[in-house]
Every structure is written in structure tokens, then in C-alpha cells.
Design a protein around this ligand. Structure first.
Ligand SMILES: *Cc1c(COP(=O)(O)O)cnc(C)c1O
Length: 324
């Protein structure tokens, strides 16, 4: 089944490599692979770069000269948006939520020339609209990228990414990754259905209860399939989300994440981030300890990026303490 090819501006280094993780595989007793979307190549990479190839093509088609988006102070999505805007010649305004966390992605946003507007969680959406209105008053044509880049257009990038994986000749029994605004998971689920991939797609929720995330992913997957010219209906009960690790809240670095970050770093030389991939890897290791993965199976950890977060002041301090 072929998917419609949406307009796309090249930003990412694709296909991203797939690496074996031999030491962790030996420890865990099943074959563990990692797909390196931390290596998409744009300003330290990450999963948002794939989405931005499609989103900024849409912005260009609409005649935009500025992109606006929103996220946490340490948002990887905002950092990659700032870089993509610089590369493709758009102005960029980021509406970032307090609390301010210094260094890491925030430093890079500024270096990449993005203008920053501070907001709070409660005022996020109204401040984004107000920022767009002000940009229009200044004579700009702004294009608003939703939180996490998770519109059907953004999510479609991960339907194509499933095609990329299959083209690399890898057919894992389970894919595990960090899921939050749901675009990555929705795209994967839509791509899997359209391309006949039958492995499990397990999102480790970073910050949402499973029922909330499942319903968001199912809706977005249905919209994404329609956008790709293959309407298909997805229901919540077929979306796999594990929310057992989300309780500490967004961006809270607990002992489990610290241990997962250390284990991947020291066993394989792979760097994870404190917010997303650290939590997803902690979940994967815990699920492995509980026997969730069969010994004869192949598990693919889809690394979604975020590594500059390690250098944010308070995360760096926490990681330094454990490492010494
Ligand atoms: C945004 C992000 C995610 C989550 O992707 P969604 O499409 O928002 O679910 C996972 N990992 C990292 C590093 C991210 O920046």
C-alpha cells in the first residue's frame, strides 16, 4: 500500500542508523537495537526534525515568513524548530513555559536566533495566539506549529519513518520509545497499519495518563492516515501506552532515569536525555525485569533525541552527583 507523498523540505540526515546494543542485549537476554533519531543531524537532532520537514513545507506553501511554536523552557521541539527556521530562512518566535531552566536547549534557542516570549502552562495557548496576532500586526505571515509538532502533517513523518525502518530490513517484535504529545506514536501506528508492520508499538508516557494519551494518539492516527490518502479508523484499545513511569511529572529526573542514563552510557556509549529518553529507557529496563519481552524476540528502542537537556544546569548537577 503506498502512502501519498506530502511536500517536504529536506532537513534530516536519513535514514538514521540502527545500532546493535550487544552489552545490554547480553544483560537483558533478548536482542536490543536502537534507532538513532538522536542523529537526525539538525542542531543536535531528535524526532522533531522529521516532523519539521513536512511542517515547514506546509508553512512555505502557505506563504509564511515566520514560524511560531510553544513548549517547555527545555523543549527539544522548540530548539529544532529554531534551527529549521534558521536553515530555511524563516523568522522564529518561541512561546516558552516557565519555570526557566538555564543552559541546554534554551542556550541553543538563543544561539539559533529565535525570539523568546515567556508564558505559563495556563496561559500557553492564549499567549501563542496573542504572539501570532502581534506578528501579523508587525506585517509578518506567521505559521503556528502546534505543541510538539503534533498535527497530522507532523505526525505523517513517523508513518514515513516506519517505511524507512522496514526498508532497512529490520522487523522488530516491539518498538519502545518516549511518547508525549502523541505525534510520533500516531505516525508510527498509522504507518504500521498502512505498510503492514505487525510488531507492537509501545509508547512510554512521559507525562500523561494512558487513557488521555491513547485517545489522542488514536484520533491523530486516524487523521494522519486520511491525510496520507488511506483513510483508516484507529481506536484507543489498539494503542499501547505504558504510563507507570509518568507519575513524577514532566521533566522530573528521578533515580530510575538517572540509573537508565548511566546504564546506557556505560554499557553502550549511548547518551539519553533527562526528560524523555531517560524515562523511556527506565521503563524499558523495568518492563524487561518484569518479563514483558520474550527472550527470542527483537526489541527496538527508538531514540528520539533530547540530549542537550543533559547540559541544563540542574540536570547537569544531578547527573554529576550520581556519576562521581
Ligand atoms: C518531543 C519528544 C518526544 C515525544 O514525541 P511526541 O511526538 O511529542 O510524542 C520524545 N522524545 C524527545 C526527546 C522529544 O523531544
Amino acid at each position: 500500500m503506498t502512502m501519498l507523498l506530502l511536500p517536504r523540505l529536506r532537513l534530516a540526515h536519513l535514514p538514521t542508523p540502527i545500532d546493535e546494543l550487544p552489552h545490554l542485549s547480553a544483560e537483558l537476554g533478548f536482542r536490543l537495537l536502537v534507532k538513532r533519531d538522536d542523529q537526525t543531524g539538525l542542531a543536535f537532532g531528535g524526532n522533531k526534525t522529521r516532523k519539521l520537514e513536512l511542517l515547514l513545507a506546509e508553512a512555505k506553501a502557505q506563504g509564511a515568513d515566520m514560524v511560531l511554536t510553544t513548549g517547555a523552557a527545555q523543549s527539544n521541539h522548540c530548539r529544532q524548530t529554531a534551527a529549521a527556521a534558521a536553515r530555511l530562512g524563516f523568522a522564529c518566535r518561541l512561546v516558552l513555559m516557565k519555570p526557566v531552566k538555564k543552559s541546554g536547549n534554551l542556550l541553543l534557542d538563543k544561539l539559533l536566533g529565535a525570539e523568546i516570549v515567556w508564558t505559563t502552562r495556563e496561559r500557553r495557548d492564549s499567549d501563542l495566539q496573542a504572539t501570532a496576532k502581534q506578528a501579523k500586526n508587525e506585517g509578518h505571515h506567521p505559521y503556528i506549529i502546534p505543541y510538539g509538532g503534533s498535527s497530522p502533517t507532523g505526525a505523517a513523518a513517523y508513518a514515513y519513518a516506519i517505511g524507512e525502518l522496514l526498508h532497512q530490513g529490520v522487523h522488530p517484535d516491539t518498538i519502545v520509545f518516549a511518547s508525549s504529545s502523541g505525534g510520533t506514536q500516531a505516525g508510527m501506528v498509522a504507518g504500521a497499519r498502512l505498510l503492514g508492520f505487525r510488531g507492537r508499538i509501545v509508547g512510554i508516557s512521559v507525562d500523561e495518563p494512558a487513557d488521555v494519551l491513547k485517545s489522542r494518539v488514536a484520533t491523530l492516527a486516524s487523521e494522519t492516515a486520511a491525510l496520507l490518502g488511506k483513510p483508516a479508523k484507529f481506536t484507543e484499545d489498539e494503542i499501547l501506552v505504558e504510563d507507570a513511569y509518568a507519575a513524577p511529572g514532566y521533566g522530573v529526573l528521578t533515580e530510575a532515569e538517572k540509573q537508565a542514563i548511566m546504564r546506557f552510557a556505560r554499557a553502550e556509549g549511548i547518551l539519553l536525555d533527562p526528560v524523555y529518553t531517560g524515562r523511556a529507557a527506565a521503563g524499558l529496563l523495568d518492563l524487561a525485569a518484569k518479563g514483558f519481552f520474550r527472550k527470542d524476540k527483537t526489541v527496538l528502542f527508538w531514540h528520539t533525541g533530547g540530549t542537550p537537556g543533559i547540559f541544563a544546569d540542574d540536570y547537569a548537577k544531578a547527573l554529576e552527583n550520581i556519576a562521581s
